[in-house]
Write a protein that binds this ligand. Structure first.
Ligand code: BES
Ligand code: MN
Ligand code: ZN
Length: 497
């Protein structure tokens, strides 16, 4: 991985080389360590700030090269507005800070303090989280450097804070979370010629090294289980389908698990109902739900979350071929319900139908949450800022909304209800896989609901947020890793202990 940061913590001290990053509140208010570090430079910051109309407002920054009187090569002052911001905003500050540092800088010192004192350990660790998420980039397939660009080196970041030991401990959990986000982003960014279902399963299996139990089911095993809905999607591909079951037992022995399920369509051509060529390359990201589940399992296991968790992903490739499934075909799902295929491009729900049913029956989880890049319609409804949330359980929906606000990975609840059933009732089978032009994200969710039985369940349609979503202070990558921090927060707040 290029652009990796090596994060360390120490007591705040003025550096004698590299880049110095300070935080500054409105009214140009600095903390004690910052004042001390700037003392040899006299009124440098006051004059520079006046010249640049910098006052410390949130979102603003000032950047001074070779600051007179200081030994560092660069001084960066990040405006915070007020002190004691929300965790989400502090994570963003970290992103803004590293975003200002030239990528060639390898020695970076950050004084993590507010005007009235050092940041708390959790806050300084949030700065480190934001820096790590922002610094990510996917350059695996770049073989040439741009003019002026240098070979990526490891960049050392030292965060000065009053309690380095406690901050280091607070960072350990966040490092696990950042690692999960990075894993999810890497999977989404990876092209489909490299990341086909078997390879995806192999990458999920690397979670063994953080203590996650792995089971991989091949087509034979899934045929035995009667997963004709999932297998039908993959039957036009030269790549065999897989299902991966991941297990982390950090909770009480015998306690029912919580379960996370992901749509893993490594590439979605649409199948026989083939998609138009424009932007079809984006469909390498149609496994964003599964990528999130893998990243989440990494995060939970790496920070040794005190909870029993199951992750289950259905991994297929949706291709047109002589063996491909046709519109009009009728398949029998593992649940016994028959499905009429109207459009082979509505494949995600077919995969999830079997994975949801399997998870509900085998694990009897306390709740299950699926993530899927399921519909273009959710992008029409909510754009790229919110994921669509559908649930048969108000408490679960409420908790997801709160976790969304806390992390900035936001969800917006959408309706479900018997009113929508007539759109997916089929002439020939129990249900059909499309519901017409209107309310496409809702009829897709309504379809899924038929395969969850009575399990408390939530569905997140992440088509607008898992990839190609807006560039933010903490994400410059196409694959965003959306959902890892959201669901980690849900588990931490409501499932552990
Ligand atoms: N993977 C797509 C949905 C999608 C679209 C994800 C754009 C990300 C960006 C899904 O399998 C799909 O093709 N859905 C169809 C459903 C329709 C045929 C009922 C859609 O949204 O058009
Ligand atoms: Mn599709
Ligand atoms: Zn799809």
């Amino acid at each position: 991985m290029s652009d990796a940061l090596k994060i360390g913590f120490s007591a705040p001290a003025a550096p004698v080389k590299g880049v110095l990053v300070l935080f500054c509140e409105s009214g140009l208010k600095l903390g004690a360590a910052a004042k001390k570090a700037l003392a040899p430079a006299g009124d440098l910051l006051t004059r520079a700030a006046a010249a640049d109309r910098f006052t410390g407002k949130s979102g603003s920054a000032i950047d001074i090269v070779a600051p007179a009187g200081l030994k560092v090569s660069r001084l960066i002052v990040i405006g915070t507005g007020k002190s004691d911001s929300k965790p989400e905003d502090i994570v963003k500050l970290g992103g803004q800070a590293i975003g200002r540092v030239p990528s060639s800088a390898t020695d970076i010192t950050v004084l993590a303090e507010w005007a009235d004192g050092s940041m708390k350990p959790d806050q300084a660790a949030d700065i480190a989280l934001g820096m790590t998420l922002r610094a990510y980039s996917f350059k695996r397939y770049k073989t040439k450097l741009k003019e002026g660009e240098e070979e990526a080196k490891t960049r050392k970041v030292t965060i000065g804070v009053s309690d380095p030991e406690k901050t280091r401990r607070a960072w350990m959990a966040r490092e696990a979370i950042a690692g999960g986000v990075v894993m999810a982003r890497d999977l989404v960014n990876e092209p489909a010629n490299i990341l086909y279902p078997e390879e995806f399963a192999r990458r999920a299996a690397t979670l063994k090294k953080v203590g996650v139990g792995i089971e991989i089911l091949d087509e034979r095993a899934m045929t035995k289980l009667g997963m004709r809905a999932l297998l039908g999607v993959g039957q036009g591909s030269d790549h065999d389908s897989r299902m991966v079951i991941m297990r982390w037992n950090g909770g009480k022995k015998g306690e029912a698990p919580v379960a996370f399920i992901g749509k893993g369509v490594c590439f979605d051509t649409g199948g026989i109902s083939i998609k138009p060529a424009g932007s079809m390359e984006d469909m390498k990201g149609d496994m964003g739900g599964a990528a999130c589940v893998v990243g989440l399992m990494h995060a939970l296991a790496s920070r040794k979350a005190k909870v029993n968790v199951i992750g289950v992903i259905g991994i297929v490739e949706n291709m047109p071929d002589g063996k491909a499934q046709r519109p009009g075909d009728i398949v029998t799902s593992m649940s016994g319900q028959t499905i009429e295929i109207i459009n082979t491009d509505a494949e995600g729900r077919l995969v999830l139908a079997d994975v949801l049913w399997y998870t509900a029956k085998r694990f009897k989880p306390k709740f299950m949450i699926d993530l899927a890049t399921l519909t273009g319609a959710i992008i029409v409804s909510l754009g790229h800022e919110y994921a669509g949330l559908f649930s048969n359980d108000d408490k679960l929906a409420e908790r997801l909304s709160k976790a969304g606000q806390a992390t900035g990975e936001k969800v917006w609840r959408m309706p479900l209800g018997p009113e929508y059933d007539k759109q997916i009732d089929s002439k020939f089978a129990d249900v059909k896989n499309t519901g017409g032009r209107m309310g496409g994200a809702i009829t897709a969710a309504q379809f899924l609901q038929r395969f969850v039985d009575k399990t408390p369940w939530a569905h997140l349609d992440v088509a607008g947020t898992a990839m190609g979503s807006p560039q933010t202070d903490i994400n410059k990558s196409w694959g965003s890793g959306y959902g890892v921090r959201l669901l980690n927060e849900l588990v931490a707040e409501y499932c552990e202990g």
